[in-house]
Design a binder for this molecule. Structure first.
Ligand SMILES: [Zn+2]
Length: 339
């Protein structure tokens, strides 16, 4: 079968590889759709110093199930949790499965391939069945789970004013969820060049968009002076601004990556202290909430198709991903689709 590999900067290799036999508790999946994640773009630009397989936002069809697998059978349509919890860990047994990510997963396990391939072998535990949605739509489930974890971590309450920093797919869906969870005003912050993202944020019911290349968040006239909740889906260097524009008692929920020196940030602890703020991390590992995410798309709360601006075939992965990278005005989400 064919499988794609990446190495920085933006080199891609489509290789012919052999599929190993599946173990008794494993499942062979025919990949039907796989999303390009922001993490994949970081790997492609500087993270992947060696050739590596990639792609973890996967939906497909069960081709073969191992002898002891009971939860899925050949022909089932499934979306894959990128990793799950260890059912036997102390945290899981104490009711906090969200605090354990040492369970079954498909990240480079015994696989030398990932989602950008014709097939992938995965532990049966990560397969979540669905019906009534397309493969393209369900490739959004994994990042939607990330957005839902972020919005849940921020503990959005009825009538809160919410700011989402960074309007990539995760931020856009988080913005939509904030609205659905009862926010009074929803603000989005993004660079003005990202016009498609800004347009979609307005379609997703944002009240106001702040172009942070035009005005600093600290100078923006928020209706309540600041906001009650900030959802950060942007590099860590945005945390100090997020903290400074929080109202008393506010919560900043953060997910963002920078592997360079900008991974370290400083902020005014006296503001943080006297305003009784909370800075919380959202890290959707293990992957959770997939059944809820499937329902959110089915019920129309999240319009998955509106996010998908670019599609490509596995054979065209190099052009597909570099084309997406270069289309900053129009690009929101790119998906690899199989026939
Ligand atoms: Zn992802």
């Amino acid at each position: 079968m064919k499988a794609a590999y990446v190495k920085a900067p933006f080199q891609f290799d489509l290789r012919e590889v052999d599929l190993r036999q599946i173990n008794a508790d494993e499942v062979l999946i025919k990949v039907k759709a796989c999303g390009v994640c922001g993490h994949d773009m970081i790997m492609a630009s500087y993270g992947a110093t060696e050739w590596q397989p990639f792609g973890h936002e996967i939906s497909g069809v069960v081709e073969k199930a191992g002898a002891v697998v009971k939860n899925v059978k050949p022909g089932d349509r499934v979306v894959l949790e990128s990793g799950t919890f260890d059912r036997y860990s102390d945290n899981s047994r104490n009711g906090r499965v969200d605090l354990d990510n040492k369970g079954p997963n498909f990240w480079l396990k015994d696989n030398d391939t990932m989602g950008f391939a014709e097939y992938i072998i995965v532990p049966n535990e990560v397969c979540v069945k669905f019906n009534g949605l397309s493969f393209k739509e369900t490739s959004i489930i994994e990042p939607l789970g990330v957005s839902l974890d972020l919005a849940t971590t921020a503990d959005i309450k009825l009538n809160d004013d919410v700011l989402v920093i960074g309007l990539g797919p995760i931020g856009l869906m988080a913005l939509r969820l904030a609205r659905a969870m009862g926010a009074r005003k929803v603000y989005g912050a993004e660079l003005s060049i990202a016009s498609a993202r800004i347009d979609l944020a307005m379609k997703f019911d944002a009240d106001e968009i702040i172009c942070t290349d035009k005005i600093r968040l600290e100078d923006y006239k928020f209706a309540r002076g600041g906001v009650d909740r900030v959802l950060v889906t942007a590099p860590p260097k945005t945390i100090p601004s997020a903290i400074s524009i929080c109202n008393v008692g506010g919560i900043v929920a953060f997910l963002g990556i920078d592997y360079g020196p900008e991974g370290n940030v400083t902020f005014d602890s006296n503001v943080f202290h006297t305003k009784k703020l909370q800075l919380r991390s959202s890290f959707a590992s293990p992957a959770l909430y997939f059944p809820r995410c499937i329902e959110l798309i089915k019920s129309g709360v999240i319009d998955a198709n509106a996010l998908i601006t670019h599609t490509f075939k596995l054979e065209d992965i190099a052009e597909g991903i570099t084309g997406f990278r270069d289309d900053r005005a129009k690009g929101i989400k790119a998906i690899m689709e199989a026939d």
